[in-house]
Design a protein around this ligand. Structure first.
Ligand SMILES: Cc1cc2nc3c(=O)[nH]c(=O)nc-3n(C[C@H](O)[C@H](O)[C@H](O)COP(=O)(O)OP(=O)(O)OC[C@H]3O[C@@H](n4cnc5c(N)ncnc54)[C@H](O)[C@@H]3O)c2cc1C
Length: 450
């Protein structure tokens, strides 16, 4: 126990994780397996962890990583997943059907052992949370900084609270031996370690919501509304994604330049602060939900309908029918390949996982890369214990992999912009992401010698 401000006692943990997104939850799960449940691992999460209205396609690499951490956890998640057949693409101006793009499920299964799994956000975080001992997460508990102590332990600091004298004093939330920053795009832990500023705003805004699935929506196909020449970063797009269990997610991206043409402003800093990707979002089927805000006084729904006013009625009617409080609006951010540091992304007994370490562009890789982090971190800690050396070995392995993935994504984006056929790059991407993803299984607790 530790004393904060001379009064309240604060808890000491072997490992403290800041952030209970997929990266923090999976890292905690991996460390519990890697340390045979012999070390205390605790997560501090700033939100209340209510369900987020999002659908995630977990790539084969993410599934392989989960298998290495805990095969039972993977089986439980796969039991909830939808096997997506493919995507119907429609012309975003005329609404005309353009093509059906089949998922290469059988080829992936045969070649890589899995096909991609479509899951609800809360199914993923719920399963990961259920794998942790009860009481492993403190919610409503932001950590804004840390302080290295002379005895080698680390103090976790909460937001500064003003004292009666008017002076600001940061509260000590807990102490730990190892600190893992899993605090997403705008990670305060990253800022303290690397001091390299926020990620790059991708000049685009996303609106999304989870709603009960309309009758016309197929179980295993997504519906996309894209430019007649195919998706590109200068244009808007919209998608309906079916989820297992009767809901679906609608999601649409709008470049800021297009929003401006429609008379809509978006301030990326204010927008992120007030309506974060990391904020919580209930399904519309839930009764109490937090409303999203934006950088103007109009509602997210009004802004979405304005931004997508030229889109086909089938899309707009679904947005129109969505309860205001279910809609989230936020900017899109990314760390470019150059923003991934060369040597390490930690210092001493502090490291980073997930978007805090490597915010990917929204291309379906972010969550799977977070699961990869957890598997690799668990492996190095199993080999070298809870040591700075294990953290540096983890970072070295991850940095080369993340740079390769980000490099290929950048190449793909450039090819798409230049109108180059994507086929070969898609194969290259599958080989890199799925074929070259190998994780050593962590030793389960039951396998410990007596
Ligand atoms: C619209 C959209 C669609 C996506 N689709 C896919 C997809 O299909 N496939 C895929 O693989 N990836 C996808 N991604 C990417 C994926 O969502 C992220 O890569 C993934 O969520 C990263 O997990 P994380 O835990 O690192 O970060 P987050 O999910 O952002 O979690 C960070 C957590 O830290 C908490 N936190 C932040 N600051 C603090 C603090 N100071 N103190 C305490 N807690 C804090 C936050 O509240 C949050 O719970 C998508 C992303 C977006 C935006």
């Amino acid at each position: 126990m530790y004393t904060s401000g001379g009064t309240a006692q604060v808890q000491h943990y072997d490992v403290a994780v800041v952030g209970a997104g997929p990266a923090g939850l999976s890292a905690a799960a991996a460390l519990l397996v890697a340390t045979q449940g012999q070390k205390s691992v605790h997560i501090f999460e700033k939100t209340a962890m209510t369900a987020r209205g999002a659908a995630i396609l977990v790539g084969v690499n993410g599934l392989k990583a989960l298998q290495a951490i805990d095969p039972q956890l993977l089986d439980g998640l796969l039991a909830k997943a939808t096997k997506l057949e493919g995507s119907d693409r429609y012309n975003m101006i005329t609404g005309e059907h353009m093509e059906f793009m089949a998922m290469r499920n059988d080829m992936f299964q045969e070649k890589y052992g899995f096909h991609n799994a479509l899951l609800g956000w809360s199914d993923i975080t719920g399963s990961l949370k259920a794998a942790l001992p009860q009481g492993s997460i403190s919610t409503g508990c932001p950590v804004t900084a840390y302080k290295q102590q002379e005895d080698g332990t680390i103090q976790l600091l909460g937001p500064a609270a003003s004292s009666s004298s008017g002076a600001s004093d940061a509260e000590v939330v807990a102490t730990c031996n190892i600190l893992i920053g899993a605090d997403g795009w705008f990670s305060p832990i990253r800022q303290q370690v690397l001091q390299d500023g926020p990620p790059t705003f991708k000049d685009a805004v996303v609106f999304r919501a989870r709603i009960p699935k309309p009758d016309f929506m197929p179980e295993q196909r997504t519906k996309w509304w894209v430019p007649p020449t195919g998706p590109n970063s200068a244009d808007s797009l919209a998608v309906f994604i079916p989820l297992p269990g009767g809901d679906m997610v609608w999601q649409c991206h709008c470049p800021v330049a297009v929003m401006r043409e429609k008379g809509l402003q978006y301030d990326p800093v204010v927008g992120e602060a007030s309506s974060s990707h990391a904020s919580n979002q209930q399904s519309s089927s839930s009764s109490s939900s937090s409303s999203s805000s934006s950088s103007s006084s109009s509602s997210a729904k009004e802004r979405c309908l304005k931004a997508f006013e030229s889109f086909p009625a089938v899309f707009r009617e679904v947005v129109e029918a969505t309860p205001e409080a279910a809609i989230t609006e936020h900017g899109l951010y990314q760390r470019t390949p150059e923003q991934i540091p060369d040597g390490c992304w930690g210092a001493g007994n502090v490291t980073l996982v997930g978007d805090a370490a490597h915010a990917a562009y929204v291309d379906g890789t972010g969550l799977a890369l977070s699961l990869e982090d957890a598997a690799v971190l668990g492996w190095h800690i199993q080999q070298q214990g809870l040591t700075a050396a294990a953290l540096r070995a983890y970072e070295a392995e991850r940095i080369s992999r993340v740079k390769a993935v980000f490099g290929l994504t950048a190449k793909q984006a450039a090819a798409m912009k230049a109108g180059v056929p994507q086929r070969q790059l898609l194969d290259e991407r599958a080989e890199l992401l799925y074929g070259q993803a190998h994780f050593k299984p962590l030793q389960p607790v039951a396998a410990v010698a007596p």
